[in-house]
Design a protein around this ligand. Structure first.
Ligand code: G3I
Length: 377
């Protein structure tokens, strides 16, 4: 399966200064820190989710880190319907235009997120009762936004999280009012509105066999309708204590066999206790705060830091094994301080799921990922 973007020709320009974890705590100048996007430039895009303040370059640490480390960005929230289309005849493109300008200035591609999602819908949509009005919103929303950014963004998460854990279609205003074919229709509208933009289906837990089967059926349905779908985003909201490497590898192979790009679009590895064994990213799942669920308020113990580094090393080793099938790996946030996992599924916790800490310093996990490239992977 041909990768859908041109691979860079990697010319080793000087060697990285590879440090083992024990020396990682020495203060280094920012120029000593290797670059993720450079290290993996012949393998796949390396991306991050950006919040409003980061897009507006109001976060100094991120303003330095993002252009150096990443060559792809996904808006964490500002292109979701409740933000970009708050009223029937009012769109708010200010922040999405800023994102496109920021990305162009920094030679970064934009994965726009997301056209159709059951969550974060504006109030006027949530109040709609009749099918005709839902269809009018659906058609206008996709066509207006996707056509505006055609050629400016690299790709769209056209539909996000349309499946239940057992692979059946998730109940939503779109399924209820537009029927089973709403996903195919969303891609059909996006294809017409944005002929120069790649179109993806994005979901969490679709590395799990049952939900993966549902996603495969959905993708085959889109393809059978003669509608374009260019890739699938496996979100990758996992936990260091259960990293489903076997399921991940099977998913890469099975999705790739459909002739589409495979991406890991929202990667983070939680290190905190999981209440009620919540797995995935269903934003409706919540749990009450208890101190025992928030054990690392004073910092992350070395043992957990090392486990996090090993987990990231293991999953990136698998990504590199299948780099011919994978077009992008996006972290769901620049630094630990930004992560949604500080507030999900329990509000008010301190999590450590990413490669950079809340002071934007690289963690041992960053060096374990970079070191894979020094081993000629
Ligand atoms: O912008 C408002 C602000 O004006 C208001 O004062 C504040 C307090 O209510 O809320 C702010 O909006 C919040 C928004 O993040 C921006 O910070 C929403 O309440 C909050 O629900 C929203 O959370 C986002 C979450 O999606 C819920 O939709 C997270 O940041 C974001 O990381 C998360 O991302 C999703 C992906 O889009 C899809 N996959 C799962 C992933 C994790 O849930």
């Amino acid at each position: 399966m041909q990768k859908s973007f041109i691979k860079g020709i990697v010319i080793a320009v000087g060697g990285f200064v590879f440090l083992n974890c024990s020396s990682v705590n020495k203060v280094k100048s920012k120029s000593d820190v290797p670059s993720l996007k450079e290290a993996f430039k012949s393998d796949f895009f390396i991306g991050t989710a950006l919040n409003t303040a980061q897009i507006e370059e109001k976060v100094p640490g991120a303003a330095v880190l993002v252009p150096k480390q990443f060559n792809a960005v996904t808006p964490e929230n500002i292109m979701k319907a409740e933000v970009i289309h708050p009223e029937w005849n009012r769109y708010n493109f200010e922040l999405s235009d800023k994102l496109v300008a920021y990305a162009k200035k920094n030679k970064i591609v934009v994965n726009a997120h997301t056209l159709i999602w059951h969550s974060q819908l504006p109030q006027f949509v949530r109040r709609i009762k009749d099918a005709d009005s839902v269809r009018m919103f659906f058609n206008e929303h996709i066509t207006t936004i996707a056509s505006r950014y055609d050629g400016q963004v690299y790709s769209w998460d056209v539909v996000n999280e349309a499946l239940n854990e057992d692979g059946t279609m998730r109940r939503s205003i779109f399924l209820d009012k537009l029927g089973d074919d709403f996903v195919v229709e969303a891609f059909r509208l996006a294809q017409k509105a944005a002929p120069n933009t790649k179109l993806y289906y994005n979901d969490y837990n679709i590395e799990q066999p049952k939900k993966r089967a549902g996603a495969i059926a959905l993708i085959k349905k889109i393809q059978a309708a003669g509608v374009r779908i260019d890739g699938v985003g496996i979100q990758g909201h996992w936990h260091i204590n259960h990293l489903p490497l076997k399921d991940i590898e099977e998913s890469i192979l099975e999705f790739s066999a459909l002739g589409i790009d495979v991406m890991f679009t929202e990667l983070d590895l939680s290190v905190l206790p999981n209440p009620r064994d919540i797995v995935g990213a269903d934003v409706n799942q919540r749990a009450a705060y208890e101190a025992k669920l928030n054990p690392y308020t004073a910092g992350l113990p070395d043992s957990v830091q090392t486990q996090l580094a090993k987990s990231y090393e293991d999953v990136f080793r698998l990504f590199l094994k299948h780099k011919d099938k994978i077009s992008r790996i996006t972290f769901w946030g620049v630094d630990d301080g930004q992560s949604w996992l500080n507030g999900f599924p329990v509000r008010g916790r301190t999590n450590y799921p990413l490669l950079f800490d809340k002071e934007f310093k690289p963690k041992p996990a960053f060096y374990s990922v970079i070191a894979l490239k020094s081993k000629g992977k």
